[in-house]
Design a binder for this molecule. Structure first.
Ligand code: GLN
Length: 486
């Protein structure tokens, strides 16, 4: 059920907020032992919040836009009084004394918190397998990964364990799991959404965004979470347009650029390629014009990202020293020994790898050769996009080169795992908004995602194109038979 439909049902008294919340809590009880999307379910609070909405309705009060909408929140967003672990032993017992801006806005808008979802440790990964608290499975095929790092949020949405969810996207962590789980995932423009209360991974890349079953719901959530925040100085001051009303604008006349380099990828799965090109044809049928464009530096994104993101991570994660908060090792030898042991015990191997790479890339002898060079290439990548947007409105690529891979596939090969974000990373490096929308299924019944990218702060256009495509194609009508989800 889309959020707009739910709003009508609530208003007319056809379904209460308590019933909707109970439905999702029951669903979690049934499927989550197998999916493991949630790290913590806040059932008591959810029921109390839902009851409050029902009372407000009964009293004839005006209801806020997301009244009674049950949501799941990635566990790297601080929730006051509720554990926020980042799926790490380091923060296993961390209970934030404050609420993140995005979640605060959601609760003010009447949304109900169902619980906190699993992720790759500190959002580093593409499969939700690096969580210290066990992996999440893909609802379409539980032997497959849900993608990552927002795999818990994506799986929860796909399996009907919530109406919608929040994730965070540093190099693809909203879009790639959305693509693997057959849901919609939106990464907003860098600075469109506040990061106050988001546990920092790579500060020049991180953005919070929605994961939903449909494009209109993504617009609904963005409408609430977007906008300036005095507590986040990287948050843009630009006004928030009406995302919902622009959805219905036809795409006729828009120019859609197919990035040549993305379709020439060696590792691009042929079924993915065919489905994405078919989606482009559908947009052409709606009156859009397809244009071939080149972004020559697109494929350098991954190497650039894996210098910049670990460098920033090594700086951000230096705060976990066993002194202020987080895990502290039990040793009295020396302060240095305590810090070092706390980190060795608190951080998993992928997080340690990133810290080591970042510290190396930033060290005096190498900073010019690695970090500075990566920043220069980043500028070139951004210029490629600037140039492309001089002749097109929207860019189109697959979201991921493959569909969901089997659990354990890349366990011993971090470089192969990093390639999962080949097509999503460039938008982060350039600060651009991008969305993943389901565009079909493989013969084996796994979802395929289509990625659309627009210029800075053009979320309205991005959502419009995604919505028009979704309305025309109705991909979920062709979902594989026997699938137990949705
Ligand atoms: N998979 C990428 C990484 O491991 C991106 C993660 C993210 O977007 N948080 O860094």
């Amino acid at each position: 059920m889309a959020i707009a439909d739910w709003r009508q049902q609530l208003k007319r008294g056809e379904l209460s907020a308590r019933e909707l919340t109970d439905h999702h809590l029951d669903r979690i009880d049934v499927v989550d032992p197998c999916i493991h999307a949630y790290l913590e379910v806040t059932a008591k609070r959810a029921r109390a919040d839902a009851d409050r909405i029902d009372q407000a309705r009964a009293a004839g009060e005006d209801l806020p836009p997301l009244a009674g909408v049950p949501l799941a929140i990635k566990d790297n967003l601080c929730t006051q009084g509720i554990r926020t672990t980042c799926s790490s032993r380091m923060l296993e017992d961390f209970v934030p004394p404050y609420e993140s801006t995005v979640t605060e806005r959601l609760w003010k808008a009447g949304a109900v918190l169902l619980g906190k979802t699993n992720l790759d440790e500190f959002a580093m990964g593409s499969s939700t397998e690096t969580s210290a608290f066990g992996a999440t499975t893909n609802p379409w095929n539980v032997d497959r990964v849900p993608g990552g790092s927002s795999g818990g949020s994506a799986a929860a949405v796909a399996a009907g364990e919530c109406v919608a969810a929040l994730g965070s996207d540093t190099g693809g962590s909203i879009r790639q799991p959305a693509s693997f789980c057959g849901v919609v995932g939106l990464k907003p423009t860098y600075g469109r959404v506040s990061r106050w209360g988001l546990v920092a991974f790579a500060s020049s890349l991180d953005q919070v965004g929605p994961l939903t079953t449909n494009v209109a719901d993504a617009a609904e959530l963005l409408q609430v979470i977007a906008g300036p925040d005095p507590r986040d100085s990287t948050c843009l001051s630009a006004d928030v347009p009406d995302y919902i009303s622009s959805l219905s604008t036809p795409v006729a006349g828009l120019r859609i650029g197919l990035i040549r380099e993305c379709f020439e990828q060696e590792g691009l799965d042929l079924e993915v390629k065919a489905a994405v090109l078919e989606a482009a044809n559908q947009l052409e049928k709606l009156g859009a014009e397809l244009v071939d464009v080149s972004c020559p530096r697109f494929n350098d994104g991954i190497a650039t990202y894996y210098v910049i993101a670990p460098s920033e991570a090594s700086a951000n994660l230096a705060r976990y020293d066993g002194v202020k908060y987080g895990h502290r090792a039990d040793t009295a030898e020396s302060l240095a020994a305590m810090t070092s042991l706390s980190r060795a015990q608190g951080f998993g191997s992928e997080v340690q790898r990133r810290i080591l790479i970042g510290t190396y890339a930033l060290s005096a002898g190498y900073v010019d050769a690695y970090y500075k060079k990566a920043q220069q290439v980043r500028t070139l990548i951004r210029r490629d996009f600037d140039k492309a947007f001089q002749s097109v409105d929207v860019l189109l690529t697959p979201t991921s080169p493959t569909t969901a891979f089997a659990a354990g596939t890349h366990a011993d090969d971090p470089l192969a795992m990093y390639l999962a974000d080949l097509l999503t990373i460039p938008a982060n490096l350039a600060g651009l908004p991008a969305i993943s929308v389901p565009c079909g299924f493989t013969d084996a019944g796994l979802p395929i995602g289509l990625q659309l990218i627009t210029g800075v702060l053009e979320e309205a256009k991005l959502l419009q194109v995604a919505y028009q495509y979704e309305q025309m194609v109705n991909v979920m009508d062709s979902k594989p038979e026997g699938s137990f989800i949705l």
